[in-house]
Design a protein around this ligand. Structure first.
Ligand code: OGA
Ligand code: NI
Length: 394
């Protein structure tokens, strides 16, 4: 199988009517989820505007960010017709004929932009049962318009409108999270990721029906490298998060958005808010889709724990990641194919090396690798053999 270009799309495989999945997708030792009755917290943001309930809501957000790394928000202020339109344009894109989608295919090594599928760079790398469309949405000058679909015709308009809403929500949440850290300035976290220069990236995931869903993953275990992620889904279950060693289903709550803390937030909060490993399952009869909007730091931001959070009892958990020299020579492949496996981090964290994440980021030079959501090298992570790494962990 070629590195770029000739990989069959998972959608094509699924539509071909095959009865068993090709070996590259089979996870022989897939870790099953155990029955559980825990549920990701659901937070009603309406009460943020009430002077009586505001403190309680902020506390709920911060507790969820700290103890779960994931929560769902309802009454988030994004009008239902807009989320429906966002879903519709994503569906319409994946409904385009294959040749049309391939016009926007991801072909630039080191960049996740465009239409793609996870690639395997070693013969036994494990592939994901899903395709995606990725682009930078905000700021507009960072869009790669050559990968921006012409159909459906309202794609750009809807992306614009929806991402503006998510941008506002990201600021609201960062205010709550700043307050929860005891920071005097509620804009502290927002400023730490670049303020007005922060970015919104989008990844639309399409997980087609699979003849043997129990053998595959739609998306390998990973943590998101960005600040905070807003995930809209189609009410077909499939997302799981690792909680106390178990895989826990994230249940669909109609109208809710799923929010998760990314690595960048874990770093700037000096480890208080947790970026949690998650993965996606697929179904036999039904396709599943999700629309992830990633709030990302500005490219030139120097991500490190906020100085005010560092005290004698709380030494920095992460070191400055922006050390260009250490990353020189990395030949990044497709970042979105190389999501950072949290287990990998944990393994490294248990070594007698500190600081933690920095070790991951400096250990990749030999591999040439990448991570979802970033276009410069500060977030290059263990990568192109990630399928193998995941295999160990699954
Ligand atoms: C992602 C992601 C989860 C899902 O795109 O980073 O984790 O359920 N998606 O599609
Ligand atoms: Ni993710």
């Amino acid at each position: 199988m070629d590195k770029l270009g000739s990989l069959p799309r998972v959608q094509t495989l699924s539509e071909s009517g095959i009865e068993s999945v090709p070996l590259q997708y089979v996870r022989a030792d897939l870790e099953k989820s155990k029955p559980h009755d825990t549920q990701v917290p659901v937070i009603d943001l309406h009460s943020l505007s009430s002077p009586y309930l505001q403190q309680e809501t902020i506390a709920a957000i911060c507790s969820a960010a700290q103890n779960w790394g994931f929560f769902q928000i309802v009454n988030h202020g994004i009008p239902l017709p807009l989320t429906s339109r966002m879903q519709a344009v994503g569906k319409a894109f994946f409904d385009l004929p294959l040749e049309e989608k391939e016009l926007y295919k991801n072909e630039e090594a080191g960049s996740p932009i465009g239409y793609g599928s996870k690639l395997g760079y070693s013969p036994d790398a494990k592939l994901d049962w899903g395709d995606y469309y990725y682009n930078v949405i905000m700021p507009p000058h960072r869009r790669n318009m050559s990968k921006w679909p012409k159909q459906p015709s309202d794609f750009t308009e809807v992306m614009d409108e929806y991402s503006r809403e998510v941008y506002k929500l990201s600021e609201l949440l960062m205010q709550a999270l700043s307050t929860g850290l005891g920071l005097k300035d509620e804009n502290s976290l927002n400023e730490a990721v670049g303020g007005d220069k922060k970015e919104i990236h989008s990844r639309i995931n399409y997980y087609p029906p699979c003849p043997q869903p129990e053998l595959v993953l739609g998306l390998s275990p990973h943590s998101d490298p960005n600040v905070v992620t807003f995930l809209l889904h189609d009410e077909t279950p499939g997302l799981q998060i690792r909680k106390d060693g178990n895989w826990v289903d994230v249940q669909s709550v109609p109208g809710a958005l799923i929010v998760n803390i990314g690595d960048a937030m874990e770093i700037i909060s000096n480890g208080k808010y947790k970026s949690i490993e998650h993965r996606s399952l697929v179904h036999k009869e039904r396709a599943r889709m999700s629309w992830a909007l990633f709030c990302c730091p500005h490219d030139e931001v120097n991500l490190s724990p906020l100085p005010t959070l560092i005290e004698k009892d709380h030494p920095p958990v992460y070191q400055d990641l922006r050390d260009k020299e250490k990353h020189e020579g990395i030949s990044g492949e497709r970042r979105s194919d190389c999501l950072l496996a949290k287990d990998k981090k944990d393994k490294i964290e248990t070594k007698e090396v500190s600081p933690k994440l920095a070790e991951v980021f400096t250990s990749v030079d030999d591999d040439g690798s990448s991570s979802e959501g970033f276009e410069d090298e500060k977030f290059q992570v263990e990568g192109d053999e990630q399928g193998d790494d995941s295999k160990e962990d699954l």
